[in-house]
Design a binder for this molecule. Structure first.
Ligand SMILES: C[S@@+](CC[C@H](N)C(=O)[O-])C[C@H]1O[C@@H](n2cnc3c(N)ncnc32)[C@H](O)[C@@H]1O
Length: 342
């Protein structure tokens, strides 16, 4: 007998789940279902209660940078509960010499720190808001579990793939970071696929006539969940985006994809770990309101210089092909096809 396809499935993001699962997860989070993680036994951070003053501020669109620990600043923001998009790229606890921040906690302390700042981000978001986290292998799983037990829904588990990982012999070279995309409400989140389309492999490699025959977005597709390619490499050397004195600067094209996809002009974008200022620089260039929080006074000053005086330096990159094979000859469709993407 032919298998019956189960149609009682929702696809709020990239993952099929039985109808009602998102609500069931939220209910389970409300009932405090006991998913216990290492780090839970460490004491929870007690946030300061002082209303913070931005160190730097500019209008049109409203943009502010706060200096301090995001776990203290976020709960006291006037914009609490109204943020449309949070992008977080935390310290990884890899003993990086950040200015002032101690990046070598015990594992349990680091996990507690992680749950505390995640909670602060969840609480600052509006009910329709999205939360993105940039995190390497060693803490991705814990973050996914924590966000699920807080009732958020995973829309995509993307991977940022880069070349020039640090050479090593003891294991495979690290060449990726996880880019986790969660929403409070998968049904009501802001999602603008047409803002982030890229040239498809069918168009750029295979000369596939079918993609040019589409009603709209001919030759274009929503990017895949592994991110790489032009303008998405690590920021180092003499890259024109590079801000000296900052560690782990993320490319502007990466933030442009996140911000265009998950917010609209006028919306509020927040970065709790501002670093060199990439998120707020791109948000401002795209006419979004922005809030950045940075622990280090030196980093905050440099980020503000970038946000206010330099701005986004790599514009017009949306739409480029990320193809890894060169163009096939001839005008006909490849016999093998292109694996089913549009
Ligand atoms: C990985 S970097 C962020 C890089 C940023 N995404 C960029 O593109 O430049 C992390 C930053 O968070 C800051 N930081 C560390 N702990 C913090 C905390 N508790 N609150 C706010 N900022 C913190 C560090 O000083 C560092 O600048």
């Amino acid at each position: 007998m032919a298998e019956q396809k189960n149609t009682l499935f929702d696809r709020p993001g990239g993952y099929a789940m039985p109808t009602g699962t998102a609500e069931a997860n939220r209910a389970s989070a409300r009932s405090k279902a006991p998913i216990v993680l290492p780090g839970d036994s460490e004491p929870v951070h007690v946030a300061a209660t002082q209303v913070p003053e931005p160190r730097y501020r500019e209008d049109n669109p409203d943009t502010a940078v706060y200096v301090g620990d995001c776990r203290d600043v976020l709960p006291n923001l006037a914009e609490h509960g109204t943020v449309d998009l949070v992008f977080a790229d935390p310290p990884f606890n890899w003993d990086v010499p950040y200015d002032g921040w101690k990046d070598d906690m015990s594992r349990a302390q680091y996990e507690r720190f992680t749950y505390d700042w995640l909670d602060a981000c969840i609480d600052v978001l509006s009910p329709t808001g999205s939360l993105w986290v940039n995190i390497p292998d060693d803490t991705a799983a814990e973050i996914v579990l924590h966000l699920k037990r807080r009732g958020l829904t995973m829309i995509n588990w993307c991977v940022w793939h880069f070349r020039f990982g640090q050479c090593r012999h003891s294991s495979f070279i690290l060449s990726k970071v996880h880019v986790l995309y969660f929403a409070k409400s998968p049904e009501e989140r802001t999602w603008n696929p047409d803002e982030i389309l890229e040239q498809s492999d069918r168009a750029s490699i295979y000369n596939d006539a079918r993609t040019m025959a589409k009603e709209s977005n001919k030759g274009m597709r929503v990017p895949m969940d592994v991110w790489y390619g032009p303008y998405l490499g690590r920021i180092q050397g003499n890259n024109k985006e590079r801000r000296h004195g900052h560690h782990n600067q993320i490319p502007e094209a990466y933030l442009e994809r996140v911000i265009r996809a998950c917010s609209n002009p006028g919306d509020l974008v927040l970065d709790p770990f501002l670093g060199s200022g990439t998120t707020v620089t791109v948000a401002r260039a795209l006419d979004r309101r922005g809030i950045g929080v940075e622990y280090s006074e030196v980093n905050a000053e440099s980020a503000w210089d970038r946000i206010k005086n330099i701005g986004m330096v790599r514009t017009g990159t949306v739409g480029a092909s990320s193809a890894i094979h060169s163009k096939r000859g001839g005008g006909k469709r490849s016999k093998k096809g292109s694996g089913g993407t549009s």
